[in-house]
Design a protein. Structure first.
Length: 131
């Protein structure tokens, strides 16, 4: 549910009703388009991870979901920062780093659950990784 609804919903809310319109109205159409593409890709990746968990019963479903947590969260945030910097936008680095760190913390916690949980191991049929 987190990957299918919560995380994509937060991404769309923060972009669509938060910063997106302000950037679009400021004449930064190219920046708006690039960041919108990153947010859309993030949402698609998160939804695919949630779908894989909901429909799959093989170990790769849990591994794909863990990868989606990282790709759709901290990696997407870092890509947004790179795009903003490359396009000369003066972004609040502290806010971006805070978002990236929070996203990485959430991805780390869910990844630990997906890889170490007995329930997930029983459902998706893989052995506990050695750490």
């Amino acid at each position: 549910i987190f990957l299918l609804l919560v995380r994509p919903g937060l991404a769309l809310w923060s972009w669509g009703w938060g910063y997106g319109p302000a950037i679009a109205n400021g004449g930064w159409t190219a920046v708006h388009s690039m960041v919108t593409a990153i947010v859309a890709a993030s949402v698609a990746v998160n939804v695919s991870g949630g779908y894989a968990l909901a429909r799959g019963s093989r170990p790769r479903a849990a591994w794909w979901a863990a990868a989606c947590l990282w790709l759709g969260g901290p990696v997407a945030t870092a890509m947004t920062a790179v795009v903003l910097d490359a396009m000369g936008v003066q972004a609040n680095i502290g806010q971006i780093m805070g978002t990236a760190m929070l996203s990485a913390g959430i991805a780390f916690a869910w990844t630990l659950y997906l890889l170490l949980s007995r329930r997930v191991r029983n459902t998706y049929g893989f052995t506990k990784p050695s750490i």
